[in-house]
Design a protein around this ligand. Sequence first.
Ligand code: ZN
Ligand code: ZN
Ligand code: ZN
Length: 316
Amino acid sequence: MHTLFDNAVQSLQLGIEDYEANDSKRALSAVRNFYAGVLLLAKEVLIRAAPNAKPKDVIGARYKPVPDGKGGIDFASGIQTIDFNELGERFTAFHIKIDHAALKDLNRIRNDMEHLYTQANQQTVREAMAKAFPVVVDLFRQIGEEPHALLGDSWTAMLNVKELYDRELKQCTETFDGVDWKSQALSEASRPCPKCGSHLVYRLDQSRNESGFADAQCRQCGEKIDAIMLMETALEAHFEYESHSSVKDGGEAPLGMCPECGTKTYICWEEENQCVNCFLQLEGCERCGESLTPNNVSDDSSSLCAYCAYKMSKDD
Ligand SMILES: [Zn+2]
Ligand SMILES: [Zn+2]
Ligand SMILES: [Zn+2]
């Protein structure tokens, strides 16, 4: 009776089949099918959470008020249903827990695959599936279904994909052991490839532990990543959420352009106030005492705020 649920299981299985074909022509299809399966599964979770509602009302994306002919209104839902972007919000509204960061990641991977499908290969697909794996497990658990019973061989294949990816990721991550980042944020940040977003990035020269020598390469797309680019990309991803909310709520941005070295590696977050590339630490403005950040510092002097620098130039 659960037609949507059946479709979800079938889509996941088709995605795994495409992946196992190990044919670059089927790489995009693998991710499309697999992610369609994840999305359907999530919709099933929502539908089961409101068993007396009409499914199309639960998963509809756009509602518009239409007159009901009796002086009131009805909400007509379009044929469109929610996508990865809207899924998180709907889960929150239904008070169902879901990993929002993971969902966002899936949405990004899905979009990247559409744009970069020419570069897609079995490894990119593996990473896409491995990232989705915990979400899939969680969704099955939410509705009390057994994934291994439903997915059969595909479940074993999914486990293998996840295990293989985790092993590769561990090998890559370990190459950064011992790097002296001199920064809490940077040592906690993950290090995605600036070109393809893969986390299978490894350090090239492991004999020097200074962060400035942490040049790396992406195992997925082969991109060479110099240490500065590596740090910029890592911090941008690490502070993505905080940067977004600082723009929305008008707070201080956690990450800024360093006035000294010109890279986007200046951290103003919790205890940290420094550039992690050149290690400049902005202090108070020499004239008015206001604490300086990349946002208010003068372009000409890293010891004056922009306002005071302007004032002083007019006094001259
Ligand atoms: Zn890459
Ligand atoms: Zn700097
Ligand atoms: Zn000042």
